[in-house]
Design a binder for this molecule. Structure first.
Ligand code: C2O
Ligand code: CU
Ligand code: CU
Length: 452
């Protein structure tokens, strides 16, 4: 299972003030291409540069990414940089840019400020475009990452194949309700993947859940591993676990090994009851432990310090309710504060946000905030045990979590939504503006809706 790395031009540019900025220049062409999922499973994918996932983009903190998107698909598209703290205009949603029409190009340009495992994906007609393969990973490295013997990016996804060797058609009300869970699980675009790790070595696996709706309760047949990072970069200290939940849109960085030579074990998603869809075990890949090799790995006990934004009993400044309502036309509508495609109040730069996110529906929803990291400070009134930066968090039914985040000086239109793509499309999303003190929200260009 190889991940393909992008051929980027790294330009060290001398600036007028003699500091240098490093540009990472990438051309991404969105186009149809054959996608070889496995034995006898070949479909026409929608790809970046002919591959699924798209090329892994690698950068260092402080680099400027220049991504030239050319759209050769039969329909309009945009790229969202999931988790990246970029300027609003580069966020890739239809509230900040006109979708890039077939034959057109668009240049995304932004500086990456944070180390972590991020990803990019289409933010137009996502239930179709992401299902067909329009996603890839973005890895940003900091100055002092833990030392490992090898590193991998593993993008998890699932697809539903029809009988004639292509994608099954979207099947209406049930898929809108539950979210689409495919019957073929893939890692980096391939079913039945095999991974070999050398005995004695320690690897870092950056795991991305790119599936539309599938919850991945990741397990290696009960073998322990160390979680070192979340969607917002490194934790304060590694946490040893034997299973970890990765909801759609989210990422987890783990350190795995060392193992003794010989065993073969599954990389699997254990049954998880999200109160919708399937709930049985699925195998994503098979891991083999090969011949021993020396290890140079060094995983410090302290990875970094994360200061708490607020005390765990801080009073919420805003309530966000994720709900549902029966609909004659659609079966079910998915809501934010009782509305489909909600327009939420603006937030002001520099004013600390404490949001209570309540799930009044009967199923789990993965809440995702664009452009800003948050800290989860409590879940159902219980303070969160481990401090972490995140951009996606699961909210189980009939429960509420409190998050805190700080709008830094990046005014413009942003959004939050459920990352089950069918729920986002069915209305469980909101637009809101970040405004500078003294400016009023009406100065931000009008926000449109994101309809699918
Ligand atoms: Cu992965 Cu609107 O997000
Ligand atoms: Cu949802
Ligand atoms: Cu949206």
């Amino acid at each position: 299972m190889e991940t393909t790395h992008v051929h980027a031009h790294h330009n060290d540019r001398e600036m007028a003030d003699h500091s240098s900025i490093n540009e990472v220049v990438i051309d991404l062409e969105a186009r149809e291409a054959p996608w070889e999922i496995g034995e006898g499973k070949r479909v026409t994918g929608w790809t970046y540069n002919g591959q699924v996932p798209g090329p892994t983009i690698e950068a260092k903190v402080g680099d400027t990414l220049v991504v030239r998107l050319k759209n050769s698909l039969p329909e309009a598209t945009t790229i969202h940089w999931h988790g990246v703290r970029l300027p609003a205009a580069m966020d890739g949603t239809q509230v900040v840019q006109r979708a890039v029409a077939p034959g057109e190009s668009f240049e995304y340009r932004f500086t990456v400020l944070d180390a972590g495992t991020f990803w990019y994906h289409s933010h137009t007609n996502e239930t179709v475009q992401m299902e067909r393969g329009l996603y890839g990973a973005l890895v940003v490295r900091g100055a002092d990452e833990p030392v490992v013997d090898a590193e991998r990016v593993l993008m998890l996804d699932d697809v539903t194949l029809g009988s004639r060797g292509d994608f099954a058609k979207f099947s209406g009300v049930m898929q809108r309700h539950n979210g689409r869970e495919g019957d073929v699980c893939v890692v980096n675009g391939h079913a039945d993947s095999e991974v070999t790790i050398a005995a004695g070595q320690v690897e870092r696996w950056r795991i991305v859940n790119a599936a539309s709706a599938r919850y991945v309760l990741l397990s290696f047949g009960g073998r322990p591993f160390r979680v070192i990072g979340t969607s917002g970069g490194l934790l304060e200290a590694p946490i040893t676990m034997s299973e970890v939940l990765i909801v759609p849109g989210d990422r987890v960085d783990i350190v795995i090994g060392p193992f003794d030579e010989g065993p073969t074990f599954p990389m699997q998603a254990l049954a998880y009851n999200r109160h919708a869809g399937r709930r049985h075990l699925e195998r994503f890949a098979t891991v083999h432990v090969g011949a021993a090799r020396p290890s140079l790995a060094n995983i410090p006990r302290r990875l970094r310090t994360i200061d708490a934004l607020v005390p765990s009993d801080a009073t919420p400044t805003r309530r966000v309710r994720m709900g549902e309502r029966l609909s004659l036309r659609n079966g079910m509508d998915f809501l934010i504060n009782d509305e489909v495609h909600h327009n939420d109040k603006p937030v002001t730069v520099g004013e600390l946000q404490v949001w209570e996110i309540a799930n009044t529906s009967h199923m789990d929803h993965p809440f995702h905030l664009h452009g800003f990291f948050f800290q989860v400070i409590s879940e159902n009134g219980v303070a969160t045990a481990h401090r972490a930066w995140k951009d996606t968090i699961n909210v189980p039914p009939k429960s509420s979590i409190v998050i805190a985040w700080m709008p830094d000086d990046r005014p413009g239109n942003w959004m939050y939504h459920c990352h089950i793509l069918e729920h986002h499309a069915a209305g469980m999303m909101a637009n809101f503006a970040v405004v500078r003190p003294g400016d009023d929200a009406s100065m931000v260009p009008a926000v449109g809706h994101c309809h699918v």
